[in-house]
Write a protein that binds this ligand. Structure first.
Ligand code: ADP
Ligand code: ZN
Length: 432
C-alpha cells in the first residue's frame, strides 16, 4: 500500500516536525541566492528568526513575476556546476519561467512521482505509456523517471500521432497511460474510428490525468469511455512538475506530499490565510530542493483543503480538484466565471462531446459569451437540436447567471491542441 512507508504514514505531529526541520534548512539555503538574501535583509529578517512553522508568515511571497524578473538563473542557490538540468513552464500565461535542478533534486522528484504511481496501485510489471510532450514540459521526463524508478516498463510515446499512440497501447499491452484529460477523449474517438474497443482490445486499466483543469464529470466520462480508473495528478514546473499532489484510490481529493511542500491557502486579494476548508490561492514552499528552493510561491491556482481524514490513512492533506487559475477567471457584466463551471454543465449532456470553446466578445458596452460545443454524434433533427440548445442555455444561465449564445457543432470541428486545451478566447476590445 505504501512505497515510502515511513514518509507516507507520518502522523500530523511527525509531518510538522519534519517540515520545520526542512524549512529551516531551506531558508538557510535560500541565503545563497542574491534575490532571497536581499528580501530577507530588507526586512531585517534572519534565517534564525524562523523558529516555528508559524514564523513562515514572516517571509514574503515569491511570485511568478519574481521568477521572470530574475530569468533565467537569478534564483539559483548552488554553484552552476552542480546544476544538471533545467525545465521551463509551458508559458500558458506569458514568458516561461525556468527551474534548475541538481542530481539530488531529480532523484527526489522521481521518488515523489513513483510514490504517486504506487499509491494508485501501479507496480513493476505494469506497462506505463506517457503521452506527454517530452522536452521542456515536465510531464514528459517527470513521469518517465518516476515510472522507471518504480520499475515499470516505461514507453516514452510522447505527444501527437494518435494512431501510433494507440498502436503502442495494443502492441505493448500498455496497462497504464498518462494523458492530459482533453487528449484522453481524443484517443477514444480515434480508437472508435479504428474499430478498437478499449475494453476488449487493450489492457488499459489506469489512466493518470492532469496538467489542466477538468471536472468530475469529465473524469467519469474518461473512465466510462476507456474502461479504466482515472486519477487526478497535479503539479507545476515551479514545483518540479508532476508529483506534487495526487489522488489515492479513494479518489476524494489529491494528497499533497507535505514532506516536500508546505501548503497554504490564501485569499488572493488580501493574501491572508482563508478559513479552513475555503477556496483560495494555493501557496507552496519547497522543502527538499537544492538548486532552486522557493519560499511561499504563489501558484495562482485556486483550490481548498478538504477537511477530515482520508480512509486510506495517509495524513498528508488533501487538495480539492483545482477550480482553475486566478488568471482563468472571466469577468462578464461584473460576474466572476470559471471555465470549469461551464464544462461541468456541458459534460452532463449525453449528446455532447468532450470539446468546447468559450469566446468572449463585446459590442458597445455589452459583453457576450459564445459557447461552441461539439456533438457526440451527428444529429440532423433540427427541432431536437433547438430544444437541446435551449436546455443547455437554461442550465448554463442557472450556473453562471448570464445568458450565453450556444452553438452545437459537428464532431471534430473545434481545433485540437497538442498540449493543454485552449478553452477560452477573449476577443473583447477595450472600450474607451
Ligand atoms: P504553465 O504554468 O505554463 O501551464 P506548467 O506545465 O508548469 O506550465 O503547468 C502547471 C499548471 O497546470 C498548474 O499551475 C495548474 O494551473 C495546471 N494544472 C496542473 N495539473 C492540474 C490538475 N490536475 N488540475 C488542474 N490544473 C492543473
Ligand atoms: Zn487517501
Amino acid at each position: 500500500m505504501y512505497l515510502h512507508k515511513e514518509l507516507e504514514t507520518l502522523t500530523r505531529t511527525q509531518i510538522e516536525n519534519l517540515q520545520l526541520e526542512r524549512l529551516k534548512k531551506t531558508v538557510r539555503q535560500c541565503m545563497n541566492s542574491p534575490f532571497y538574501k536581499k528580501r530577507f535583509d530588507d526586512l531585517h529578517l534572519k534565517p534564525e528568526d524562523i523558529r516555528s512553522l508559524d514564523d513562515l508568515y514572516k517571509i514574503p511571497f515569491t511570485t511568478k513575476q519574481d521568477l521572470r524578473d530574475n530569468y533565467p538563473f537569478g534564483l539559483s542557490t548552488v554553484p552552476m556546476e552542480k546544476v544538471v538540468r533545467l525545465h521551463s513552464s509551458s508559458g500558458t500565461t506569458g514568458t516561461p519561467t525556468v527551474i534548475l535542478h541538481t542530481q539530488r533534486d531529480l532523484d527526489e522528484w522521481a521518488n515523489a512521482v513513483a510514490r504517486c504511481l504506487y499509491m494508485v496501485g501501479l507496480r513493476a510489471g505494469d506497462i506505463f505509456q506517457n503521452s506527454s510532450g517530452y522536452g521542456m514540459f515536465t510531464g514528459g521526463l517527470g513521469f518517465q523517471y518516476g515510472a522507471e524508478r518504480l520499475g515499470m516498463l516505461t514507453v516514452p510515446a510522447a505527444a501527437g500521432n494518435t494512431k501510433r499512440q494507440i498502436k503502442f497501447i495494443t502492441d505493448f499491452g500498455t496497462t497504464a497511460l498518462h494523458a492530459i484529460p482533453s487528449y484522453a477523449g481524443r484517443l477514444y474517438e480515434v480508437m472508435a474510428e479504428m474499430g478498437i474497443d478499449p475494453r476488449r482490445d487493450t489492457k488499459l486499466k489506469t489512466l493518470i490525468i492532469g496538467a489542466e483543469p477538468h471536472s468530475e464529470e469529465q473524469r467519469k466520462r474518461i473512465e466510462d469511455m476507456l474502461g479504466v480508473k482515472a486519477y487526478n495528478s497535479f503539479g507545476m514546473s515551479e514545483m518540479c512538475g508532476p508529483g506534487v499532489a495526487f489522488e489515492c484510490t479513494e479518489q476524494n481529493g489529491l494528497h499533497i506530499w507535505e514532506d516536500y511542500y508546505i501548503v497554504e491557502i490564501v485569499d488572493p486579494e488580501t493574501l491572508e490565510p482563508v478559513p479552513e476548508g475555503e477556496i483560495g490561492e494555493l501557496v507552496l514552499t519547497t522543502l527538499s530542493r537544492e538548486a532552486m528552493p522557493l519560499l511561499r510561491y504563489r501558484t495562482r491556482d485556486l483550490t481548498r483543503i478538504l477537511p477530515g481524514e482520508c480512509p486510506c490513512r495517509r495524513h498528508h492533506k488533501r487538495l480539492d480538484r483545482m477550480k482553475g487559475r486566478s488568471d482563468d477567471m472571466m469577468i462578464l457584466k461584473g460576474v466572476n466565471i470559471f471555465p470549469i463551471q461551464i464544462e461541468n454543465i456541458l459534460m452532463q449532456f449525453e449528446e455532447l462531446g468532450n470539446d468546447y470553446l468559450i469566446t468572449l466578445t463585446n459590442e458597445e458596452a455589452n459583453d457576450l459569451m459564445t459557447v461552441e460545443v461539439e456533438l457526440k454524434e451527428f444529429v440532423d433533427d433540427y427541432p431536437r437540436l433547438q430544444t437541446l440548445t435551449k436546455e443547455i442555455v437554461r442550465r448554463l444561465k442557472d450556473e453562471i447567471l448570464i445568458t450565453p449564445v450556444v452553438k452545437l457543432l459537428p464532431k471534430g470541428v473545434i481545433p485540437k491542441q497538442e498540449g493543454k486545451a485552449v478553452r477560452v478566447k477573449d476577443l473583447r476590445k477595450t472600450l474607451i
